[in-house]
Write a protein that binds this ligand. Structure first.
Ligand code: HEC
Ligand code: HEC
Length: 255
């Protein structure tokens, strides 16, 4: 066979073999659409039968010094399941890695089924319904500065904590923010209602929402990089126009 043809064939075979190598990806191969079936396929290996957790001392300590693959899910409620699934933290690929915000491999129906199943494992909190429209942005700013900015710094940029990344918050929805505050995922502290009330939470969410799209303060916002670059750009345009004028005038004088 011609070398080029052989190489092309080999590439085709590798590409065809890839999906099989990737293993059981949601939506591929597994027919289960019930919460229990999805749980068995994608969660049970780490969270155990009926959400009892997989904690064995033979596994090296992972996230939060838990020995094993995953914590028990009894009693975490719809709140935690909804957060971890909609934000794409779960299913986790490696129990020793920090969960990261990604697009969930599950569709909305599959997430709803999984949330209902996890909620059925024990008594737990339901999905919250924050009302940021009732919040106060400036109060939210001072609460954010007090409780969150130490790690998340600026809303759109996030920051670093020892051994973890505090993600930027501009991708989180109001419900996910409310859930995160009550859960305290990974190294983030939990804030119970005694520390941040529901109405204070509304203000924090209102502030985070506002900070995603701060109102333009008039003028020409060049990607909102601030007044100095805006001034520079104005000068550049003015300078170009001036040079242009000089050239035109200069040419006239030459005649
Ligand atoms: C590779 C192992 C692994 C797999 C697979 C996995 N998880 Fe997890 N899960 C973890 C670890 C480790 C944590 C702790 C992470 C943390 O605290 O941020 C966790 C945390 C959670 C939590 C939060 C628990 C709490 O105490 O608040 C929920 C809810 C959850 N997982 C649901 C699921 C669901 C549903 C699936 C299946 C779609 C799944 N997980 C698949 C390892 C896994
Ligand atoms: C001690 C540091 C720390 C503090 C204080 C903190 N967080 Fe976090 N936050 C984190 C870390 C770390 C994560 C990532 C969790 C993970 O990967 O499982 C996180 C995740 C989040 C997320 C999910 C974002 C995403 O898209 O993945 C939201 C929303 C959030 N925090 C909001 C808040 C709010 C609001 C406050 C203040 C009330 C706050 N956090 C205070 C460290 C912190």
């Amino acid at each position: 066979m011609h070398a080029v043809v052989r190489r092309a064939l080999a590439t085709v075979i590798v590409v065809l073999a890839l999906p099989a190598a990737a293993g059981a990806q949601p939506g591929v191969g597994v027919k289960a659409k019930t919460g229990k079936g999805l749980y068995a396929a994608y969660c049970l290996s780490c969270h155990g039968v009926d959400g009892s957790g997989v904690t064995s001392t033979s596994h090296p300590p992972g996230v939060l010094d838990v020995h094993g693959l995953g914590p028990p899910l009894k009693g975490v409620g719809a709140l935690a399941a909804d957060f971890y699934l909609t934000i794409g933290y779960m299913p986790l690929a490696d129990p020793h890695e920090q969960p990261r915000h990604t697009k969930s491999p599950f569709d909305d129906r599959e997430i709803a089924a999984l949330v209902a199943y996890v909620a059925s494992l024990g008594k737990g909190a339901g999905v919250p319904h924050p009302q940021p429209q009732r919040g106060d942005i400036s109060r939210g700013l001072s609460l954010f500065t007090e409780h969150c900015a130490g790690c998340h710094q600026v809303v759109a940029e996030g920051g670093y904590v020892t051994n973890a990344v505090a993600p930027p918050l501009h991708q989180a929805t109001p419900v996910q923010i409310a859930e995160a505050v009550r859960i305290g995922p990974y190294l983030m502290p939990t804030f119970p209602a005694s520390q941040i009330s529901d109405s204070q939470l509304n203000s924090i969410i209102a502030y985070v929402q506002w900070a995603k799209h701060p109102d333009d303060r008039g003028g020409w916002s060049i990607g909102r990089i601030g007044p100095v670059p805006e001034g520079l750009v104005a000068w550049l345009i003015a300078a170009t126009a001036l040079v242009g004028c000089c050239l035109v005038i200069g040419r006239r004088f030459q005649r």
